[in-house]
Design a protein around this ligand. Structure first.
Ligand code: ADP
Ligand code: MG
Length: 323
C-alpha cells in the first residue's frame, strides 16, 4: 500500500541529519527565535525539535502531514519567489511515513494546544494538550518499517556527527535564531541568536578561527555578499572551511568557490586555500532554488553577477585587511 509513499520519503529522508535539517527549517519558517534539538543514538532512536514559533491550529496539524501540503506556497507565482526554506510540503509526510512522530503544538495566545501522534503514516491520536506556544516534534525509531533503509545507516556516532554538521550550518545560516543542540545528553552547541554572524561563527568554530577573519560586505548588481573570509595567513589545507549561504540557505556553488579562490590569488602559500563564511543575499526570483531537496549544488540563471560580487567583495576586503 505504502510503497509509493516510502519511495517518496527516501527522496527527503536519508538519515537523521536530513530529518533535522527539514524540521529545523520548518521551525525557522515558523518564525522561531529559539530552536532546541535533542538526539539519542545518533538520532535513529530519538530526535526532538522544540521551537517557539507560530505553532499550528488543531485542524491544520493532520493536513501538515499530507504529502504536498504546504502553507507556504499559495499560488503559482509564489514558486518563483520563494522566501521560505520549505515549500514542497514533503518533509512531514516523509518523516511520518518511516517513523513514529509525536507533536505538541500551540499557537501563541490559544487557550489550548494540540497533541498529535502519527506512526508509519497512520494517524493514531489527535486531541487537546496543554503546552507552551510553539511546536515540539518527537521522532522515534527512524526507518523502523523500512529495514532496507535502516541498513544504510552508519554507526550512531557517525549519524550524530552528520547531525552536528547540519546544526553548525543552520546556526551559521540564521544568526538571528538561538540554536541549541543536545547530543546524547550533552549540550554540543548553543548560539546566542543575537543576529551577529560573528558571534554565531565564534560559537560554532571557536576563538582561534574567529580571530583570523576579515569582514566582507559588498553590494553589486542586486547581490550583497557579506560575512567573513580568512586572513591569508590563516588559510587552510582544504576547502572544508568554505561555507556559502544564499538567502539563509546553505549551498554549494562552484562559481562562488572559484570567485573566492581567484580573489585570494597571489596571497596564499602553495597548497593553501581560503576559508569563509559568506552570505549572499539575492532578490528572490534571481536564484533557482527549485532544485532536488537533497542536492545542495545551486545553479544560477546568470552566474556572472554571482562571480563578480564574490570576487570584488573578497578582493576589496583583502585590500582593506592589508592596510
Ligand atoms: P513545507 O515546509 O515545504 O511547507 P513540511 O512538510 O515541512 O512542508 O511542513 C508542512 C507544513 O506544516 C508547513 O507548511 C507548515 O504550515 C507546518 N509546519 C511544519 N512544521 C512547523 C512548525 N515547527 N511550526 C509551525 N508550523 C509548522
Ligand atoms: Mg518544511
Amino acid at each position: 500500500k505504502h510503497v509509493a509513499e516510502l519511495i517518496a520519503a527516501g527522496e527527503v529522508v536519508e538519515r537523521p541529519a536530513s530529518v533535522i535539517k527539514e524540521l529545523v527549517e520548518n521551525s525557522i519558517d515558523a518564525g522561531a527565535a529559539i530552536v532546541t534539538v535533542e538526539i539519542k543514538a545518533g538520532g535513529v532512536s530519538y530526535m526532538r525539535i522544540t521551537d517557539n514559533g507560530c505553532g499550528m491550529a488543531r485542524e491544520d496539524v493532520p493536513v501538515a502531514f499530507l504529502r504536498h501540503a504546504t502553507s507556504k506556497v499559495h499560488k503559482q507565482d509564489d514558486l518563483e519567489q520563494i522566501g521560505t526554506l520549505g515549500f514542497r510540503g514533503e518533509a512531514l509526510a516523509s518523516v511520518a511515513s518511516v517513523s513514529h512522530v509525536e507533536v505538541l503544538t500551540c499557537e501563541p495566545g490559544a487557550v489550548e494546544g494540540t497533541h498529535y501522534i502519527i506512526s508509519g503514516g497512520e494517524e493514531e491520536y489527535c486531541g487537546p494538550a496543554g503546552c507552551a506556544a510553539g511546536t515540539t516534534m518527537m521522532i522515534r525509531d527512524l526507518f523502523y518499517n523500512t529495514p532496507a533503509r535502516m541498513k544504510f545507516l552508519k554507526k550512531d556516532v557517525t549519524e550524530a556527527n552528520a547531525v552536528a554538521a547540519v546544526m553548525d550550518k543552520l546556526a551559521l545560516s540564521h544568526p538571528e535564531v538561538s540554536i541549541r543542540f543536545i547530543r546524547e545528553g550533552k549540550e554540543a552547541l548553543h548560539t546566542p541568536g543575537d543576529g551577529s554572524l560573528k558571534s554565531a561563527i565564534y560559537t560554532v568554530f571557536g576563538k582561534e578561527f574567529t580571530a583570523g577573519l576579515i569582514p566582507v560586505d559588498y553590494s553589486y548588481q542586486g547581490i550583497r555578499a557579506h560575512g567573513f573570509v580568512s586572513k591569508p595567513a590563516a588559510a587552510r589545507p582544504n576547502r572544508s572551511m568554505q561555507h556559502f549561504f544564499i538567502n539563509g540557505r546553505y549551498i554549494k556553488s562552484r562559481t562562488a568557490m572559484v570567485a573566492l579562490e581567484e580573489a585570494f590569488k597571489g596571497t596564499l602559500m602553495v597548497g593553501k586555500l581560503p576559508a569563509c563564511v559568506l552570505h549572499l543575499d539575492i532578490a528572490a526570483g534571481a536564484v533557482d532554488v527549485n532544485v532536488h531537496p537533497a542536492k545542495l549544488e545551486v545553479r544560477f540563471v546568470n552566474e556572472k553577477p554571482i562571480f563578480d560580487c564574490v570576487y570584488y567583495g573578497v578582493k576589496t576586503a583583502l585590500q582593506k585587511g592589508d592596510t
